[in-house]
Design a protein around this ligand. Structure first.
Ligand code: CP3
Length: 343
């Protein structure tokens, strides 16, 4: 592939001497310039829906660190918001949504094709970014995977064990499956429009995939990802896709091939040497430094960064964290990580 964008080369299967790098939540509260722009926007959701400011916070970590990719600033809960599940964020606590377990179930929700007016500012953010990003920086769009988004819609908030979603699955499987279907279809339309607006790669975040076991994992994590990716690739031939079935454990094996993903993001629990042996033959591996090193720094940060690169140097690799960088991270530690990768 003739591109100067290293991230796209890795996703196309090239093994590069120095892997491209970006970080989950790279635009976030650990950066003082992010906190200032968020204050200007008013609150988190207003920032997501303000295209100029969302593009600005997306660009902040690119200017500061020169990452190889920018991920558009938005959230996985914008899809439920667009479907009519009124999302709001409680500062210091996290998201809240109106739940779909009321007697009328999915009835209050909109259809998969009725989300675009609401999501138009996100597409505009992408158009701005395509104009403003450096020519060697790849632009990533994203969405939450249906299961993960459903866990928030069913509980009305984040939950430690996704209990309410498991309960609905057990007690009213028809409603549960109808919700997953609606989210699968809406996600296809949303990601497809992101590509039309300039996203060059899309990533599917299944943050709670690890709480699905056995046949449930196949039906509710693997099958929806496969359907979304197949439809996107038929509409946008050659589009690279990164899948993130977080904490899937052994179920990571064969996942990228089964869903048709070009890249597989691994969480902090995965041993990079095991990933090199069992996962890298099928796809580019993205990951997986523990975000705690961004708080604690020092020699362990450097050693762990080098160990991950060493373990995955035999195949395509995108360096990243195993989960999002946390608000208490020291921005200087990101420079130390980059130095360890690039020197
Ligand atoms: O920089 C980037 O990575 C791009 C933007 C991005 C955000 N959220 C911004 C955000 C992305 C890709 C996400 C994905 C997301 N959102 C996921 C999947 C990845 C993961 O973390 O597992 C999930 C589960 C969500 C839902 C969500 N959004 C929660 C549970 C929370 C509250 C927890 C928290 O960290 O505060 C959010 C808020 C959120 N999304 C913030 C950011 C920068 C913090 C909001 C703030 O500024 O106060």
């Amino acid at each position: 592939m003739s591109t100067e964008k290293k991230l796209l080369r890795s996703l196309a299967g090239e093994t590069l001497p120095i892997p491209p790098v970006w970080m989950m939540r790279q635009a976030g509260r650990y950066l003082p310039e992010y906190r200032a722009t968020r204050a200007e926007a008013g609150d988190f959701l207003s920032l997501c829906y303000n295209s100029e400011l969302a593009a600005e916070v997306t660009l902040q970590p690119i200017r500061r660190y020169g990452f190889d990719a920018a991920i558009m600033f938005a959230d996985i809960l914008l899809v439920p918001d667009a479907l009519g599940a009124d999302v709001w964020f409680v500062t210091g606590e996290g998201p809240r949504l109106s739940t779909i377990t009321r007697p009328d179930g999915l009835a209050p929700l909109k259809g998969k094709d009725d989300i675009h007016d609401h999501l138009a500012p996100i597409y505009e953010t992408l158009r701005i970014l395509r104009r403003e990003l450096p020519s060697d920086t790849a632009l990533i769009g994203f969405a939450g995977a249906p299961w993960t988004v459903a866990t928030y819609m069913i509980a009305g908030r984040g939950t430690p064990d996704q209990g309410p979603a498991h309960k609905l699955k057990a007690e009213d499987r028809a409603t549960f499956e109808a919700l997953l279907d609606l989210l699968t279809e809406a996600t296809i339309e949303y990601l497809s429009k992101q590509v039309d607006a300039g996203a060059e790669v899309v990533k599917l975040f299944d943050s709670w995939a690890g709480s699905l076991n056995g046949e449930d994992f196949t039906k509710y994590a693997l099958a929806p990802a496969k359907r979304i990716i197949a439809e996107l690739k038929s509409r946008h031939p050659g589009l690279p896709v990164i899948a993130f079935p977080r904490q899937a454990g052994e179920a990571y094996i064969g996942f990228a091939k089964a869903v048709g993903a070009d890249g597989l993001a691994i969480d902090t629990n995965v041993d990079p040497a095991w990933a090199a042996e069992h996962l890298q033959p099928d796809s580019c591996i993205q990951g997986n430094l523990d975000p705690k090193h961004m708080v604690t720094g020092g020699q362990p940060l450097v050693d762990e960064t080098r160990a991950i690169i060493e373990a995955l140097k035999g195949g395509p690799h995108i360096f990243n964290l195993g989960h999002g960088i946390t608000p208490d991270a020291d921005p200087e530690n990101v420079h130390r990580m980059l130095e360890a990768i690039r020197s």
